[in-house]
Design a protein around this ligand. Structure first.
Ligand code: 13P
Length: 245
């Protein structure tokens, strides 16, 4: 019997960067630079809500998928400042980042709210990118495994692993220029894969991914893609990442 292999997913997370005008300028420069990326690599841009509409229009007919950065667990309601899955689906969004460490740290996201968001995304056919990862203190205290297993076990209750991407993002590596050693990222991602029990699930690495380290990261057997912050903001650097060797 043939074993299905994980899909490679290269995603940019723009966080709270780029107006509509800046997003369109990015795309104009970016598209020609990624025209030769193999079709087996899924490229995703997870952009601010305001950039979804103009990018959706310009991405039609390309192989680049549109992603959002959050989704609420209810389909509608009195939740000021939140966004519902049907609103994203209507715009052509395919992926949504859920449980990013910045949401957990600054906006009170918990494993329970993450779980609700994952379920709502899947219920509407979106593919969530679930972020997990430890702080420097948790790493130094030897708590990586227990922390990540807790994040996974609680977030994944009632969640379909067949429509899910996981991103291992060690918090100390995000925006710091400190990349997790490839071997260590590979090890932790292997643990995540075992815990989820699906050999074919796509698991990304995230945290200071750059043109200078992408080739080594993608050569690691457990790493099926990357979730890129800062280096996804410049067309040249994100294109180099998408065109990894
Ligand atoms: P950087 O690539 O800027 O470290 O950010 C990683 C990240 O948080 C992606 O979600």
């Amino acid at each position: 019997m043939e074993c299905p292999v994980p899909q490679t997913v290269i995603a940019g997370n723009w966080k709270m960067y780029k107006t509509q005008r800046e997003a369109l300028a990015f795309l104009q420069a970016f598209l020609p630079l990624v025209s030769g990326v193999p079709a087996a690599r899924e490229l995703v841009l997870c952009v601010p809500f305001t950039a979804l509409v103009p990018l959706a229009d310009k991405l039609q007919g390309t192989s680049i998928q549109l992603g959002a950065q959050n989704v609420h667990w209810e389909d509608q309601g009195a939740f000021t400042g939140e966004i519902a899955a049907p609103m994203l689906v209507e715009l052509g969004v395919r992926y949504v980042v859920v449980g990013h460490s910045e949401r957990r740290q600054y906006f009170g996201e918990t494993d329970q709210t993450v779980n609700g968001r994952l379920r709502a995304a899947q219920a509407h056919g979106l593919t969530p990118i679930l972020c997990v990862g430890e702080t420097k203190q948790q790493r130094e205290a030897g708590q990586i495994e227990s922390l990540i297993y807790r994040q996974l076990d609680q977030a994944l209750v009632g969640v379909d692993p067949d429509n899910l991407v996981i991103a291992y993002e060690p918090i100390w590596a995000i925006g710091t220029g400190l990349t997790c050693e490839t071997q260590e990222a590979n090890r932790v991602i292997g643990l995540i894969r075992q815990r989820v029990g699906r050999p074919d699930i796509t698991i990304q690495y995230g945290g200071s991914v750059k043109p200078g380290n992408i080739d080594e990261l993608m050569a690691a057997p457990e790493i099926n893609g990357v979730l890129v912050g800062g280096a996804s903001l410049e067309p040249e650097s994100f294109a180099r990442i998408a065109n990894y060797c």
